[in-house]
Design a protein around this ligand. Structure first.
Ligand code: AHG
Ligand code: MN
Ligand code: MN
Length: 338
């Protein structure tokens, strides 16, 4: 039988050979992975576990919460609050930060998550996921506040997502490339199934919600029009389109076979820079994509260089195959110069 590498073994080897992962960070990642396993089990039970449908409440962003949004949020908090590795957590589903209660020791890490990404797909049995980002509390201030979280994405110590699809997979970076683990349901362990994932630099596949076309800014329209013109147009090749409407699933496809994902600013809500959230959606995905050789910008700037000013800040996102992201970004910069 081929020898398998578990998540634990991968992390121990990273720690031993490359010194990337301090002990506390290893514990943190293992705890998050265990929580994702519990969420995967709940997702799989579906109606049998009474986890489908809405919870009848709204989150701070005015979105209706699904039962699974709340369950996944609770699972992640319960799993992480007692281990001594964290100072505080923040989530899409919580207004403010969650400071580790006094009865537990406080660690130096900060954990942010989108507990359940792709909520609109829960009830229709389409892939959904969990996204997480890990920061270190910098400075020696006593206690912890929201300000401690407001660090640019390039300071992330680790990031990952779990996709609950036909297989449950955990995708992780600690800044040394991207590794993929598949959940073995019989043994209950995360098994390394791909290491040093690389996103092809070129692609013929794009992902965007086309129903928003009439609301887009001119550079977005230009980019998509050129793709749609296919082999007869300036790009001289035919493009394909995919849109799952779960960022985890769209990013996972791009990690697997290349592509470009866009959720740009549009005129529906002109005061918001975009729909997706910087700190627990865009930053962790940008870290993973860059570690796999891709790129991630907001149309003009690298996502991971942006300085957040609030926890639930939104951002325009374009990420994936490097040459396409650079082209999309160049169209924005050209338009800005005019
Ligand atoms: P969430 O379920 O965490 O609120 O995130 C949903 C996001 C993202 O996963 C996806 O790419 C996008 O919303 C889909 O938006 P549209 O429904 O506008 O296509
Ligand atoms: Mn999301
Ligand atoms: Mn969510």
């Amino acid at each position: 039988m081929a020898r398998q590498t578990s998540l634990t073994q991968y992390l121990v080897e990273q720690q031993r050979e490359h010194g990337h992962i301090p002990q506390e960070l290893r514990l943190l990642i293992e705890v998050v992975a265990r929580a994702c396993k519990r969420i995967a089990i709940a997702v799989n039970k579906g109606a049998l576990g009474d986890v489908l449908g809405t919870a009848g409440s709204e989150n701070v962003q005015g979105e209706v919460q699904k039962k699974l949004d709340i369950i996944a949020n609770e699972v992640l908090i319960e799993a992480n609050e007692w281990g001594g590795h964290l100072a505080a957590m923040a989530s899409e589903e919580m207004d403010g930060i969650y400071v580790v209660p006094n009865r537990y020791p406080q660690g130096e890490y900060l954990l942010l998550f989108d507990p359940l990404d792709g909520s609109s797909n829960i009830d229709v049995n389409v892939s959904i996921g969990t996204i997480f980002s890990v920061l270190r509390k910098v400075g020696h201030s006593r206690g912890v506040s929201e300000d401690d979280f407001l660090q640019p994405g390039k300071q992330q110590a680790a990031a990952g997502y779990c996709v609950y699809g036909p297989q449950s997979m955990l995708v992780l970076t600690v800044g040394d490339g991207v590794a993929v683990f598949t959940l073995d349901r019989e043994t209950g362990s995360w098994v390394l199934t791909q290491d040093q994932v690389k996103i092809p630099e070129d692609t013929k596949e794009f992902a965007i919600n086309m129903s928003n076309m009439r609301h887009w800014a001119p550079p977005v329209k230009r980019y998509i029009d050129e793709c749609l013109a296919g082999s007869a147009g300036p790009r001289a090749k035919d493009f394909n389109m995919r849109w799952v409407a779960s960022m985890v699933a769209d990013v996972h496809r791009i990690l697997t076979r290349g592509g470009v994902f866009m959720y740009p600013w549009d005129q529906r809500e002109p005061d918001k820079p975009g729909k997706l959230r910087l700190m627990y959606e865009a930053n962790p995905m940008a870290f993973i994509v860059e570690q796999a050789g891709g790129a991630a910008t907001n149309g003009t700037e690298r996502i991971m260089s942006l300085h957040p000013t609030k926890l639930h800040e939104r951002v325009a996102v374009v990420l994936g195959s490097k040459n396409e992201v650079e082209r999309f970004t160049a169209y924005h910069l050209e338009a800005a110069e005019k």
